[in-house]
Design a protein around this ligand. Structure first.
Ligand SMILES: [Zn+2]
Length: 367
């Protein structure tokens, strides 16, 4: 199957980092009746949590986005996916016959409104898979049990700090086949997750070579992916990350969309066995060597951080009047890497760079 032109599919009216149901509802209500929209329940603050179901085939795929409220890139990608499903094409007709896709676009609407990772009770829903203390967690569990998916896509964003392996390439997309036990063994379902990721990786390597990473696989039964993997449902964690100059993540969304579509097509075509566990394992792990800006030749006292005349700066995302702004702060590494990279590098000996630092209100950070 050849891909349809993404530029015709992309839903341009939904963009930027701040995404709530207010931003997606109009698009959802514009979809024809073959898209079944259902209110699955309510958040802590009584906002409706919706699902959209498409297709009537036997292969069932469940995906949810914005379990962490400030991770909206994958929500834009599933909106684009719905737009794809709304195209008049033989590819789409085949998918309708072969699979049923259920999407929860925003699982944590209160966190989405507040632009926080946690929900309104300040609970991380991705640590609540066993306790089920939150209404949002119980809704996901109920949808999972009623729908009985053969595959789950757990959709997230990751910070700009991640690089691929030890390279200076950003981890624009990272994947994980979550573990189901402490020893991180491979079960049949975990192997299926791995092969599915290998399929998506092969697709993405053509678009963003060297910019795909593998997320840390430490086991935690309180994480939703691990919990579903424990129930033998192949689950894939998607992490949308940084692409050059794309802080709004409207370029990264395209790669997530393409990865999801490749994943669905691989499942529909019974193509998993064309890929191997080894191909998954050979995807480099995420490093943590990036900061947003590296400023060289600074005299700033805080260089004790780096023991050099270099200052690392990291943006903090702040919600201001319905828009996410990026506030620069000096970065303190959890553990200082032997080498680190900047998405942007500036030099205090360069007049233009100094001007840029001044215009962006950064000089005061360094003095
Ligand atoms: Zn997340």
């Amino acid at each position: 199957m050849k891909d349809l032109d993404y530029n015709k599919i992309r839903v341009a009216t939904i963009s930027g980092r701040y995404i709530t149901y207010d931003h997606v509802n109009e698009f959802l209500s514009s979809l024809p009746d073959i898209f079944v929209i259902k209110i699955e329940g309510e958040s802590v603050r009584k906002e409706s949590i919706k699902s959209i179901t498409f297709g009537n085939g036997p292969k069932k795929i469940l995906m949810w986005s914005q379990m962490h409220g400030n991770e909206s890139t994958t929500t834009k990608a599933v909106v684009d996916l719905l737009s794809y499903f709304n195209q008049d094409s033989t590819d789409v007709l085949k998918l309708v016959e072969e699979c049923t896709v259920k999407i929860i676009p925003i699982l944590n609407p209160d966190g989405a409104r507040d632009y926080t990772r946690v929900n309104a009770n300040k609970i991380d829903l991705n640590r609540d898979a066993q306790n089920l203390s939150q209404p949002e967690s119980r809704i996901l569990k109920k949808v999972y049990e009623n729908f009985q998916p053969q595959f789950c896509f757990n959709l997230h964003d990751q910070r700009t700090i991640f690089n691929v392996g030890k390279t200076n390439k950003p981890a624009t997309v990272s994947f994980l086949a979550p573990a189901f036990d402490q020893e991180r063994n491979n079960s049949p379902s975990r192997k299926m997750s791995m092969k599915l990721i290998a399929a998506m990786n092969s697709k993405l390597q053509k678009e963003i070579p060297g910019q795909i990473g593998r997320y840390d696989d430490g086991f935690n039964e309180n994480c939703v992916g691990d919990a579903f993997q424990m129930k033998n449902t192949p689950t894939v964690l998607f992490e949308a990350g940084h692409y050059e100059n794309d802080y709004e993540r409207d370029i990264t969304r395209k790669f997530i969309y393409k990865a999801i579509l490749k994943g669905i097509k691989t499942i529909v075509d019974d193509g998993l066995d064309e890929f191997t566990v080894d191909q998954y394992v050979s995807i480099p792990e995420n490093g943590k060597q990036f900061v947003d800006i590296v400023v060289e030749n600074t005299d700033y006292e805080s260089n004790y951080l780096t023991k050099s005349k270099i200052s690392p700066i990291q943006f903090k995302e702040v919600l201001i009047f319905g828009k996410v702004e990026f506030k620069p702060e000096l970065h303190i590494f959890e553990k200082k890497p032997s080498e680190f990279f900047g998405h942007k590098t500036l030099n205090c000996n360069d007049a233009n760079d100094m001007l840029w630092l001044e215009e962006n209100d950064l000089l005061k950070l360094l003095s």
